[in-house]
Ligand binder design. Structure first.
Ligand code: AP5
Ligand code: ZN
Length: 215
């Protein structure tokens, strides 16, 4: 199964991705996590991407498309995958169509901007795995520690309020067009379009997403 998670920064893509990958046994492909790994490793891509990400902008399409094409050619993607945070421009979406990647479903997680800033300020992440928590809405079992490894949780560098506002603006300018792009795709290869209310509690969103995908 090939699924795409679409939604604003902080809508809950990473949170729901954990449940979907577990339920359907497909790997998560988060371009944000891949870029953060490159930053941590200090690669040339990481150095370049860090400046752009800290400013709330988008990394160049050709770099991202190349990175994803390489990733989906890996053996663990043979039975499908979950895109999280990709595609996020029309050019990226069209590159996947051109490459013959037929998605089975697009899941849009809908959250208004007003709720996003609070979510981001309380977010804590386990960088090696990408596991995501919230101090109030989705707390770890032990404060400040990852549930599975016990390692430290950190705040993301791009979760400062000013950067979050910039990321939201970029979402509305460059990514939101994909709602139209995917919901209007027709024909034999068109994905199912599933829209869920992302303002509901994590568990409710999870049930709605999983049930819709099982249908
Ligand atoms: P990326 O890592 O993809 O960030 P994003 O899209 O901005 O999304 P987030 O990860 O911030 O949010 P999320 O939807 O995953 O929410 P989460 O589940 O964590 O990208 C980062 C940067 O990398 C980009 O800005 C760009 O520079 C670059 N980049 C990445 N991909 C790119 C691409 N394809 N092209 C170009 N550049 C690219 O949840 C947020 C918080 O809310 C958490 O604390 C969580 O616990 C909490 N929460 C989740 N669900 C709920 C709920 N239902 N109720 C209450 N709280 C909730
Ligand atoms: Zn995420």
């Amino acid at each position: 199964m090939k699924v795409l998670l679409l939604g604003a920064p902080g809508a809950g893509k990473g949170t729901q991705a954990q449940f979907i990958t577990r339920e359907f046994g497909i790997p998560q492909i988060s371009t944000g996590d891949m870029l953060r790994a490159a930053i941590k490793a200090g690669t040339p891509l990481g150095l370049e991407a860090k400046k752009i990400m800290d400013a709330g902008g988008l990394v160049r399409d050709d770099i991202i498309i190349g990175m994803v094409k390489e990733r989906i050619a890996q053996p663990d993607c043979a039975n499908g995958f979950l895109f999280d945070g990709f595609p996020r421009t029309l050019a990226q979406a069209e590159a996947m169509v051109a490459a013959g990647v037929d998605l089975d479903a697009v899941v849009e997680i809908d959250v208004p901007d007003a709720a996003i800033v609070e979510r981001m300020s309380g977010r804590r992440v386990h960088l090696p795995s990408g596991r995501t928590y919230h101090v109030k809405y989705n707390p770890p079992k032990v404060s400040g520690k990852d549930d599975e490894t016990g390692e430290d949780l950190v705040q993301r560098d791009d979760d400062k309020e000013e950067t979050v506002k910039k990321r939201l603006a970029v979402y509305h300018e460059q990514t939101e067009v994909l709602v139209d792009f995917y919901s209007k795709l027709t024909g034999e290869h068109a994905p199912r379009y599933i829209k869920v209310d992302g303002t509901q509690p994590v568990e409710t969103v999870k049930e709605n997403v999983i049930t819709a995908l099982q249908r």
